[in-house]
Design a protein around this ligand. Structure first.
Ligand SMILES: Nc1ncnc2c1ncn2[C@@H]1O[C@H](COP(=O)(O)OP(=O)(O)O)[C@@H](O)[C@H]1O
Ligand SMILES: [Mg+2]
Length: 363
């Protein structure tokens, strides 16, 4: 997979700056289904946050709780220091772009974009000015008087964004905003969303099941799994130090090696042992394919295993090498494409990695 690392330094919450959005103990049950398990989440001003997870993990439910469309079973939602848990969507400083956009099909682009301001009973002159500005900003001026049904998917997406942003929400909520677009358009709209976020200067929270989208857009990512947030942080920290097995496999490629911890020593099923503080029991060691090295005769590393190469694939920018371990599992190693001599299937090799490149998580 491709990890697109942000060029700007990943922002962490500005020291001392209070959270704009605070979720505390938020959960949602639908009958016997726990769509969201009790969770906490803090989102800071100007954050661009991705709620990332597979289908059915509770992302939409969580976003709707923030927007006020679903009331939580337990917990509180605070925005800008104010408890809004019992307050309806139109009274919150949030705006939501729903999956599929939810545009009004019988209205033109201009009427769609102006809808929220008309609802707020703003003077006509102000509405006209703000709509024209929003249309210009979203590059929709040429389509202003068209019916939204006569627009392409990407144009409809821009109308939905303009309709939400014109109300200047403190928090813009987006549910799978780019899922309906084809790949090329999706990339163009990612750039557009980044631009809007920068120019608008607000806080964006978006839901996606697409790790590439989360990595390329968000400065912070909350990884959701079965109703829980497994980990929250910037892309680099989540990739480098996954907190759970699930996070390790959901973001990027990972080797997952089973082991047992006893009295502060972990023994991998594949053989090696190393010191690691923690409770006794089964563990999983996570190590990225890029962190694993094939060792020369004189090289040693903190964790070493001897195995047999089972497969070598040339993938242009790297070589993917699978090595069978003594316990029967394969370890994937990514080697520089220029490596010479290339390992061959059937060859016995020693591989290893430094302790600092691995994470020990619950099995
Ligand atoms: N209105 C509802 N009534 C009953 N179950 C629901 C409702 N909305 C969501 N669910 C269930 O809650 C879980 C999480 O759904 P959802 O939040 O839509 O997940 P995601 O957006 O991550 O795909 C799923 O099991 C889903 O079937
Ligand atoms: Mg959803």
């Amino acid at each position: 997979m491709m990890l697109r690392v942000q060029t700007e330094p990943p922002s962490s919450p500005a020291a001392g700056s209070p959270a704009l959005l605070r979720l505390r103990g938020i959960s949602k049950n639908y009958g016997a289904v726990a769509a969201v398990e009790p969770l906490d989440l803090d989102i800071y001003p100007r954050d661009f946050v991705a709620i990332l997870g597979p289908s059915g993990c509770g992302k939409t439910t969580l976003l709707r709780i923030i927007g006020g469309f679903v009331s939580p079973t337990t917990g509180t939602v605070e925005i800008d220091g104010r408890d809004v848990t019992r307050i309806g969507p139109e009274q919150r400083p949030t705006n939501t772009v729903f999956q599929g956009y939810g545009l009004f099909p019988h209205m033109t682009v201009r009427q769609n974009v102006g809808y929220g301001l008309r609802l707020q009973k703003k003077p006509k002159g102000e509405i006209d000015d703000r709509v024209s500005e929003a249309l210009r900003h979203s590059r929709l001026t040429d389509f202003a008087d068209r019916s939204v049904t006569a627009l392409s998917g990407g144009q409809q997406q821009r109308v939905a964004l303009a309709r939400a942003l014109i109300l200047r929400p403190k928090v813009l909520l987006l549910d799978e905003p780019l899922a309906a677009l084809d790949l090329k358009l999706r990339h163009a709209m990612q750039d557009e969303l980044r631009r809007l976020h920068q120019e608008f200067g607000g806080t964006f929270v978006f839901v996606t099941h697409d790790q590439g989208e989360a990595l390329s857009l968000a400065n912070r990512i909350a990884v959701m799994n079965a109703g829980r947030i497994d980990q929250e942080g910037n892309a680099e920290s989540i990739y480098a130090a996954p907190a759970t097995r699930f996070v390790a496999t959901f973001i990027g490629e990972a080797n997952l090696l089973p082991g047992e911890r006893k009295s502060g020593v972990v023994t991998l099923a594949a053989g090696p042992t190393f010191a690691d503080a923690g409770p006794d029991g089964s563990v999983t060691v996570v190590v990225r394919p890029k962190a694993v090295r094939l060792l020369g005769p004189d090289e040693t590393l903190e964790v070493e295993i001897t195995g047999t190469v089972s497969d070598v694939l040339y993938l242009g920018d790297h070589i993917k090498c699978s090595v069978g371990m003594p316990d029967g599992q394969n370890v994937i190693v990514h080697l520089d494409a220029a490596v010479m001599p290339r390992p061959a299937a059937g060859e016995r090799v020693r591989l290893g990695w430094p302790l600092q490149q691995q994470r020990v998580v619950r099995a």
